[in-house]
Design a protein around this ligand. Sequence first.
Ligand code: PQQ
Length: 683
Amino acid sequence: ENSGPKYKPVTEDRIIENSTKGAEWLTTGMDYYETHYSPLNKINKSNIKDLGLAWSYDLKSSRGIESTPVVANGIMYVTSNWGVVHAIDAKSGESIWKYDPEVDKGKWGVKACCDAVNRGVALSGDKVYVAAFDGRLIALNASTGKLVWEKDTFDGEEGYYTITGAPRIAGSHVVIGNGGADYSGRGYITSYNVDTGEKEWRWYTVPGNPKEPFENEAMKKAAETWDPAGEWWKNGGGGTVWDSMVYDPELDTLYIGTGNGSPWAAAVRSPAGGDNLYLGSIVAIDPNSGEYKWHYQETPGDNWDYTSVQPIIMADIKIDGKLRKVLLHAPKNGFFYVIDRETGEFISAKNYMDVTWAKGYGQDGRPIEFAAARDTKNEYLQIPGPLGAHNWQPMSYSKDTGLVYIPAQQIPVTYKDQMDWRFKDPKPGVRGSFIGRDEAKTMGSSDAVSEFGELVAWDPVSKKSRWRVRYDAPWNGGVLSTGGDLVFQGTSDGKFIAYAAETGDKLWQFDLNGGAGAGAATYEIDGEQYISIPVGWGGAYGLPRRVAEQHGSGTVYTFKLGGDAVSPGSLQEGTGKLVEGVDYDPSKIELGEKLYTSSCATCHGAPGATKGGALPNLAYVDKNILENLGIFVFKGPFYSLGMPDFTDKLSQDDVSAIKAYIQGTADAIRESGGKEVKDETVH
Ligand SMILES: O=C(O)c1cc(C(=O)O)c2c(n1)C(=O)C(=O)c1cc(C(=O)O)[nH]c1-2
């Protein structure tokens, strides 16, 4: 069937060998260390001005693209929404095959806390592995795209689980976690045999019912750090492993980052307090047995949606004159960690962005918190907010400069605990509760502090930044660093930029068809170096709002020296005109706002807050759509694209109230001369 050259199996030796050459990009983070760094240097400071588009490839998608391309045997593997895999000729940009797992989007879209995204594939042997949004781990023949095996990693217990992360290979095991901690859900990872797909082991990240036998010693220990009066176990407790895992073949250890608590408010989840292990932690696991080795908890007793799932990098660096095998980590909570990956020993933690929840870390590796950040009565200003000082966008560690390049941001919120909150008790006005979210916090915005983005060049040894580039807006893309002394980053305002790795001087820039999020990859074919970035605006911040004016179809842009391909255009999304003329009863606006907050805000944002992100802002839709809102809300024409069905949740009267709120807001904005409203619906 395969007409091309024979596919050379991807092995551990080959990944290790390639890490010093860089001709291929064999794991989502380049190699096992997941540095997002390549030694390739044909494209460098002296010739970067000649970098041009070699080819572009239309992913035919409209939501966030978050997958770093993986390149082996001249084939690039990129995923788009819901877990669709594209195999592309990495030199020409021609399609080789495409695999669509055909997720039932109407059924699963409602469970997307943060857009129906996918962060890429793993390669092993002659197979490529992807996890579909609906929980299936899928093995495909890497040269033909034919299905080899697939497993339901939810084992039929769907709840509110989804998968957005890339699987990782650890020896003969392929391991995958899931998302769902914002909707309850008990986090776990599962291992399958790479060849047969046979299930090998499962490791839960938080304990179950303390009255029942624990799965293992680690769960027993963990249960001592939760208050049983919190009844977290009835609904899950959180700790989902929805993004990073790294594998060290030398130590034969898998490192996972765990997610936030569910619900977010610690005082509701575990009233007597406690660290609530293993939330907000890095945990080392033996990939052969699935047994716990050690953990380090970055955010004890998470109270702020501070996931530790953000990309983990392995490095071997000198600290106090001694070469240490470490993990480098910049989770949501704003601190940069260096952890010994042999022992789990805490080496250092220092904030890389402003934080209002902790003053710093003690020698014991515990944060010194500010009391206000656990105030259960008063509203407080939380920095970082729930989208983090750094989210899933890959950071990069350059072996040449010794710096970590962090796509950082500040998105503050005001938080207030909802102490009377109950699991799965939908109420008008409780954000996201009609689509199953479990937060137990209300959120607002503050005029005292601003949102912005920053590219931070961080020295993990001196614990200081060497340079910073400031952006007006947050949610900028992942970072690639190269042996050409270059750092590449896509931005939320739709640029692809190259900086000098030592100084942060801007050297080159290219206009994209929309805001970028995914990290770039680089590889070499026939003596030429290529740099490739998949672009598609979305994700948690981008779903309801946008930064760039332009918004295009998901597109892979690939560059080379002297490239002169024609750049793809962008679509003009919507009219950009406030909706006008829908009849409504002004007395219903107040109820409408509450119902909107419970049902619509997570995905569509506040009406009029921006002109819309990957999904439309409802103050800017066509009059016909708002007039006929009921058609869309009850298993309507967008259901098959992932729009929830609000049957049994909203009545026709409720829909009228929501219409009144949207049209009323649009009218108010128009009357005020077009001033955008504040978005109180962050995350
Ligand atoms: O708690 C979870 O299980 C979970 C899952 C996900 C996800 O799977 O994408 C995100 C988050 N949390 C989250 O907190 C978050 O900020 C986030 C951003 C994104 C994204 O892709 O833009 N996903 C997620």
